[in-house]
Design a protein around this ligand. Structure first.
Ligand SMILES: Nc1nc2c(ncn2[C@@H]2O[C@H](COP(=O)(O)OP(=O)(O)OP(=O)(O)O)[C@@H](O)[C@H]2O)c(=O)[nH]1
Ligand SMILES: [Mg+2]
Length: 300
């Protein structure tokens, strides 16, 4: 180890973000790093992979790890894999953010508390505090949840409105170990553009198909080419049945066109250059229910 070039005060560490589905984990990570690397939607089970979001400031590097919401309802192979991702992430973190939604605490939240390791500092993050109509109810709620575990700190925030995020960053920084940066100062994620492209298309599907979307649909980038500043992205949306295929395509292809346009605009913003995007829909049944299918589509 080269100690002469390490500034004594520089801190760097991994921050796991965990909680039940839909509490705003991905929104929080994106807001903390100031870039959209993790997809978000109103629907539960949006995040399906461990996604790193990196932020480097003068004296610290924050390596956030967004995780899928911990699944308690269905127990197919996909959900077992998602939960394994959560538990693996927990044990390798320096700090954990346990996220709950202001005013709501239930069995699904308690199950995540039961997974929290005792030897790693856990910060209780009460998100969506903008939603609390009566702010006076926030304090008793925070006290009630805080009593359930030995938290290192309690911070109410609103990820959406960026309320109290600097305060949260300060709390996190206290628990980061001293050490050199792991990533470059401009890195925002360790995921490839190809991976991010598939995620962007999946987000548009989640958002534009609402509750009709079968949660076992997925997206695969079959070809990703770079030609100067231009990216050419060829993408397949996998669904389980012909009826679902029709739903994704929509009347005269209108829905698929909307998915495609919105995806392309997001990719151009994130990649900083023009994107040529082609998307088609394929029927492939049963992939979410067997281990080989999961590995083939990128679930570790
Ligand atoms: N009002 C309000 N809504 C929020 C806030 N943070 C997130 N949301 C909304 O909550 C919904 C879920 O957000 P996500 O960030 O996708 O939640 P998640 O915990 O990552 O969900 P999964 O990946 O499915 O586990 C989205 O509609 C967000 O816009 C917040 O601070 N205030
Ligand atoms: Mg998420």
């Amino acid at each position: 180890m080269n100690t002469t070039t390490t500034p004594a005060a520089f801190r760097c560490g991994y921050i796991a973000i965990v909680g039940r589905p839909n509490v705003g984990k991905s929104t929080l990570m994106n807001q903390l790093i100031g870039a959209k690397v993790s997809i978000t939607s109103r629907k539960a089970q949006t995040t399906r992979h461990r996604i790193t979001g990196i932020q480097t400031v003068e004296d610290a590097q924050f390596i956030y790890v967004d995780t899928p919401g911990f699944q308690t309802r269905h127990s197919n192979a996909l959900n077992k894999t998602l939960n394994k991702t959560v538990t693996n992430t927990l044990t390798s973190a320096d700090v954990i953010l346990f996220v709950v939604e202001a005013g709501t605490f239930g069995a699904a939240d308690q199950q995540v508390i039961d997974l929290l390791p005792k030897n790693i500092p856990v910060i209780l993050v009460i998100n969506k505090s903008d939603r609390a109509k009566d702010k006076a109810t926030l304090m008793p709620f925070a006290r009630n949840v805080a009593a359930k575990f030995e938290f290192a700190a309690v911070v109410p925030v609103s990820a959406k409105q960026r309320f109290q995020l600097p305060a949260l960053e300060n709390e996190i920084k206290k628990f980061l170990p001293e050490g050199e940066a792991v990533f470059g100062p401009d890195d925002i994620t360790d995921r490839s553009e190809k991976f991010l492209a598939a995620e962007i298309v999946r987000e548009k599907l989640f958002r534009l198909l609402g509750d009709e979307l079968p949660y076992t649909s997925t997206v695969m980038v079959e070809k990703f080419e770079e030609e100067g500043a231009l990216r050419r992205v060829f993408c397949a949306i996998l669904v389980e049945r012909d009826s679902q295929k029709a739903m994704v395509i929509g009347n005269k292809g209108a829905r698929l066109k909307e998915v495609s346009t919105q995806s392309r605009l997001d990719m151009e913003k994130l990649f900083g250059g023009p994107v040529y995007l082609e998307i088609w829909v394929k029927v492939k049944s049963g992939w979410a229910d067997n281990e080989a299918g999961l590995r083939a589509y990128g679930y570790e």
